[in-house]
Design a protein around this ligand. Structure first.
Ligand code: BMA
Length: 317
């Protein structure tokens, strides 16, 4: 189906958007956005939402739903709070969780942003039930964010996609670890483009990688800085299955960006920021959960097959 002024539409907004807002919360909160997502054993969709309070600090709160659209049951109090006493790097809150189920551990790994005095860094926590959490602490020092663990080892090591910021820009990297504590083997995966590009200067992983027989699909955000503010849009690339630092294809145009009123207006307007997805029972449908304008959680659906076909047509090696 094509619409959108002739551009092929790869993600379709849900008619019930935004699916979660502060008004749904069982305790006072300012905004709810940038949610990690997973499907539990019984098929329940769990969103781990970033919740901002009226100090401007964020914590994480779980919402569960049978169909992933409505009927959300939200934890009565914060599910994972910053723990400044034991993890001083969480002093200004914890943000933007990405969830990966790691078969080998029988646990979910949550990579999230710890907002420290030194800037944002990447922290990791493990859980079996989203009730009890085992913190691994800061695994990438500031300035670094937009991280997710891969669901299995690559060549014997765990692998983490993340986005450090250096003088040369904000690009997507991968790092490896034998034990989730010690990290090395850092490699550049995808560079921000330059100049007028929609993804110039600043890119970052959006949800965790999506495994397909042809490679890892990576949905990533690009940030366009304009005199009127930043525009956060989504692009797609395909990474090699056994060597994810090798980018096989990268789309030129963005595939999803702020259009709907709840994406254009909010605390930070013109932001679509996915941190999680779940797959439909057919193994093809992608339910993409994204933060809209740093204010609410919205849902759009796409198809793995269609994304791969689109990359064949619009991707460059
Ligand atoms: C990014 C992150 C996101 C946020 C976005 C827009 O740098 O901090 O959490 O949604 O900016 O404000």
């Amino acid at each position: 189906m094509t619409s959108n002024n002739g551009f092929e539409e790869l993600f379709h907004r849900h008619e019930k958007n935004p699916i979660l807002t502060a008004a749904d919360w069982p305790y006072p909160v300012h905004t709810v956005f940038n949610a990690g997502a997973t499907r539990l054993d019984d098929g329940t969709t769990l969103l781990l939402c970033r919740v901002e309070d009226r100090r401007g600090h964020s914590h994480l709160c779980a919402a569960r739903s049978a169909n992933g659209v409505d009927g959300w049951v939200i934890d009565r109090e914060p599910t994972l709070r910053p723990d400044m006493k034991n993890y001083p790097e969480e002093i200004w809150g914890i943000e933007d969780p990405r969830i990966t189920y790691v078969n080998e551990l029988g646990k979910y790994a949550i990579a999230y942003t710890a907002f420290s005095r030194g800037g944002p860094g990447v922290a990791l926590a493990l859980t079996e039930d989203f009730l009890h959490f085992e913190r691994c602490g800061l695994i990438m020092q500031p300035e670094d964010k937009d991280a997710a663990l891969l669901p299995r080892r690559i060549d014997g090591n765990f692998a983490l996609i993340h986005r450090p910021v250096t003088d040369s820009g904000a690009h997507i990297w991968i790092s490896y670890s034998p034990d989730l504590r010690n990290w090395g083997g850092h490699k550049l995966v995808l560079q921000a483009r330059r100049g007028a590009w929609w993804d110039a200067n600043r890119v970052g992983l959006s949800p965790p990688l999506i495994e397909t027989p042809r490679g890892w699909l990576m949905l990533y955000h690009g940030v366009r800085q304009t005199p009127g503010g930043c525009l956060y849009r989504l692009g797609v690339a395909l990474l090699d299955l056994n060597k994810p630092e090798q980018c096989l294809l990268r789309g030129e145009p963005w595939i999803f960006g702020p259009e709907a009123p709840y994406e254009r207006n909010g605390d930070v307007g013109d932001v679509t920021f996915p941190c999680g997805y779940t797959l439909g029972d057919d193994g093809d449908r992608i339910n993409l959960y994204y933060g809209a304008a740093d204010t609410s959680v919205a849902l759009a659906t796409g198809s793995i097959r269609q994304l791969l076909n689109w990359l064949d047509e619009h991707g460059i090696a």
